[in-house]
Design a binder for this molecule. Structure first.
Ligand code: ATP
Length: 345
């Protein structure tokens, strides 16, 4: 088995496998919510490993499939034609069984039966908690790749799927602006983000929204009403309020209802974007990120690293202890919220 230390706090270099033995067989799985770019990431892992003489096995349906032994060999050719597709060819799942020691024990047995020496997990914080436990309990080396549209993991400026999700939300906001302007309306647009305001904030700035409501900042409905009123008073033809689904004031319908109570003359509509933000072809940025991180994840396993997440910070590839990645939330920076407020005038 590969060494099981967590590696240095954060580094961008490589180190030699502790026993100097060449890893021959690794596995990859996608877990939690799907994100555009997961397929590109699987392809990058398979081809990067293939180029270095390492066999890759795909685990179908995340940890749930791992427990059931749903593992199959992935050749370089088997990942043809998936780069541009949303979703994940391996499927994903939320697995209650994997949360238990017994479930993880069954998963470890499957990995051992298939002679898998290292596992690459593409997913979010929950998936990394599971991977961490798997490695500690089973001695299997794990490397995480940040695959979630939420962009809430520390250890990478951006997570796979985030850029695509923001672009999808942005396209919808652009279209809504056309109709909002024609009717002098306020629109409340709900985007994904239960605990993270990244999609809301970035799509609001890029879409020229009037207001953004994010879980990271308490919402004052009276203040919001006042600002919407002011927006029309200073001559705005429309008002776009982007609401992260996890905002403390509630979703877009609730915010619109509460706001509308004090603005009886306000014509308003609500749009919830929902799962369209998860689908569709990955953007160029997500494809490049998938290529770099897939290759970096294979390198990390070959270097003998364990319980690290590969990420990109300031365009440099870095490895962060998995525990740090899942336990430290990557919040939206206050300066971006301030920028949003300054430009919405
Ligand atoms: P997303 O950010 O898109 O929701 P995620 O990886 O955070 O992705 P979760 O549903 O939280 O998605 O986690 C995926 C799976 O990881 C869970 O279904 C479960 O099997 C496993 N998992 C989550 N938390 C733990 C934990 N504390 N211990 C063991 N396994 C866990």
């Amino acid at each position: 088995m590969i060494g099981d230390d967590a590696g240095p706090a954060r580094h961008s270099g490589t180190r030699t496998s502790e026993d100097g033995r060449h890893v021959q067989r690794i596995a990859v799985l996608t877990s939690g919510g799907d994100a555009p770019g997961m397929n590109a990431a699987i392809r990058a892992v398979v081809r990067s490993a293939d180029a270095r003489g390492v066999e890759v096995y795909g685990v179908h349906r995340g940890y749930e499939g791992l427990i059931d032994g749903r593992v199959s060999f992935l050749s370089a050719r088997s990942v043809s034609g998936i780069l541009h597709l949303g979703g994940t060819m391996l499927g994903s799942a939320r697995s209650e069984r994997f949360r238990t020691v017994e479930g993880r024990r069954a998963a470890i047995k499957q990995l051992q039966a298939n002679q898998i020496e290292g596992l690459i997990v593409i997913g979010g914080d929950g998936s990394f908690r599971g991977a961490d436990a798997l490695s500690r309990e089973g001695g299997i080396a794990v490397v995480g790749m940040p695959g979630t549209i939420d962009n809430d993991l520390s250890g990478s400026d951006y997570t796979l799927g985030f850029d695509t999700a923001v672009n999808t939300a942005l396209e919808a906001i652009d279209r809504i602006r056309d109709t909002a302007a024609s009717h002098q309306r306020a629109f409340f647009i709900e985007v994904m983000g239960r605990a993270s305001g990244w999609i809301a904030l970035c799509s609001a700035i890029a879409g020229g929204a009037t207001e953004v409501l994010v879980p990271e900042r308490p919402t004052d409905i009276d203040e919001l009403q006042h600002r919407i009123h002011q927006a029309f008073a200073i001559g705005k033809q429309y008002c776009l309020v982007v609401v992260a689904e996890g905002d403390d004031a509630g979703g877009a319908f609730e915010v619109a209802r509460r706001c509308g109570e004090g603005l009886s003359t306000l014509s308003h509509r609500v749009t919830t974007l929902g799962h369209v933000q998860r689908g569709g072809p990955p953007s160029m940025r997500d494809r490049i990120l998938a290529a770099r991180l897939g290759d970096a994840a294979v390198s990390a396993l070959l270097d003998g690293d364990d319980r690290v997440m590969v990420g990109e910070i300031h365009l440099e590839l870095v490895r962060t202890p998995l525990e740090e990645a899942w336990s430290t939330v990557h919040h939206t920076p206050p300066e971006l919220l301030d920028l949003m407020d300054r430009l919405a005038r």
